[in-house]
Design a protein around this ligand. Structure first.
Ligand code: SF4
Length: 362
């Protein structure tokens, strides 16, 4: 595989272990209480060194590192520290590098939160998903709303000043008052960032066989989230993402701006050469074995032609408030789906709700 020498880099690390499987989850993760932390870390370092030796990100610095999963907070704080330090020994990190980690409220106590802070994490995302005990149970989450509140407060006490809360909207049977409770908690806790995703009924998940929430109700919920978060000072900068000024997720912004990123670990995806995207083997034990035997962990490679690349650039940008060049917007779209800002076309709330249809016309 031919590699380019890019100036600045973005790295994603996949930690594919969870305490249990949530009913809606289509992410690649295995359920275990025995996380092979040392072995997995060694494999990650070996994989990272292979890319470094081929010149990847050799002439610039790492701008963002995102540790996702799975549940990365099943690693010990010292494991996370070793991970960050190990990568810092392989690549040069920018002084202002954003170093994010995803966390499950069930795994967060004050000691752990302080450990993450000491490990060098600068931004933390907490998967609260809902503050309704009923909906958490229905979603198959293992934590309670109280755990999310306590977890958030522990993060603050540990000194984190850049915290995201993840919410899920449009759960079948969700009541308007449950959504209001979620938004009340966002207001009370005051995170810097909120990601609010519509529940996806992904094939292979428990929710695949469940009737989705009524479309009008989802539209009302989405509009309510947009309006209320904007009232309390959030900028709606991507279909599912809201940030206080200065707190947009730089890692995800790099994805939407089609910047090169390197994924390390089982099931991780890389796109460091325009038009080529590859994915590692999904099973973490197969991944570790392949690396230990000196074999390539890449399982699938996708090649995109010029037209497909142009489409991806447009649709990713149109997800954000940067929009796309007006001349690239499909003609004859009904009024009210987008607005013009200078020479850019940006989706409105209404447009975001039918974004998949609009993207298919790009
Ligand atoms: S904790 Fe996250 S990755 Fe793990 S099963 Fe639940 S949603 Fe999926």
């Amino acid at each position: 595989m031919g590699l380019s020498f890019t100036m600045d880099g973005h790295i994603y690390i996949h930690i594919p272990f969870c305490l249990s499987k949530c009913r809606y989850c289509a992410f690649s993760s295995i359920v275990t209480r025995e996380v092979p932390e040392d072995r997995y870390l060694m494999a990650l370092f070996r994989e990272a060194a292979l890319y470094r030796d081929r010149g990847v990100f050799s002439s610039g610095s790492i701008q963002t590192l995102y540790i996702g999963g799975g549940t990365p907070t099943l690693f010990t704080p010292s494991g996370i520290k070793r991970l960050i330090e190990g990568l810092r020994n392989i690549w040069t990190f920018s002084e202002q590098a954003e170093i994010s980690i995803e966390s499950n409220p069930e795994t967060l106590d004050l000691r752990y939160a302080k450990g993450l802070k000491g490990a060098g994490i600068t931004r933390i995302s907490m998967g609260a998903q809902s503050f309704s005990a009923r909906l958490l149970k229905y979603l198959g989450r293992i934590h309670t709303p109280e755990k999310s509140v306590q977890g958030f407060l522990h993060l603050r006490d540990a000194g984190f000043d850049n915290i995201n809360i993840d919410l899920i909207l449009g759960v079948p049977g969700e009541k308007p008052e449950e959504l209001e409770t979620d938004l009340d908690w966002i207001e009370k806790l005051g995170p810097e960032h909120v990601s609010a995703y519509l529940l996806q009924h992904e094939p292979g998940t428990w929710f695949a066989g469940v009737k989705p929430c009524d479309e009008d109700k989802v539209a009302t919920f989405f509009a309510r989230v947009v309006d209320r978060l904007s009232i309390i000072g959030f900028q709606h900068y991507e279909i599912s993402n809201y940030a206080r000024p200065g707190f947009r997720c730089r890692h995800n912004m790099a994805y939407w701006a089609y910047k090169p990123y390197l994924g390390l670990g089982a099931a991780s995806v890389s796109c460091i050469v325009e038009g080529k995207r590859w994915e590692n083997v999904k099973d973490p034990y197969k991944y570790m074995t392949r690396i230990e035997r000196g074999l390539d962990p890449v399982e699938t490679v996708d090649s995109l032609d010029t037209k497909e690349i142009a489409f991806e650039k447009k649709f990713l940008s149109l997800r954000t408030d940067h929009g796309i060049d007006v001349k690239d917007m499909p003609e004859h779209l009904p009024l009210g789906l987008f607005e013009i800002k200078g020479n850019r076309a940006v989706l409105t709330k209404k447009g975001m709700l039918v974004s998949d249809e609009i993207f298919s016309l790009l």
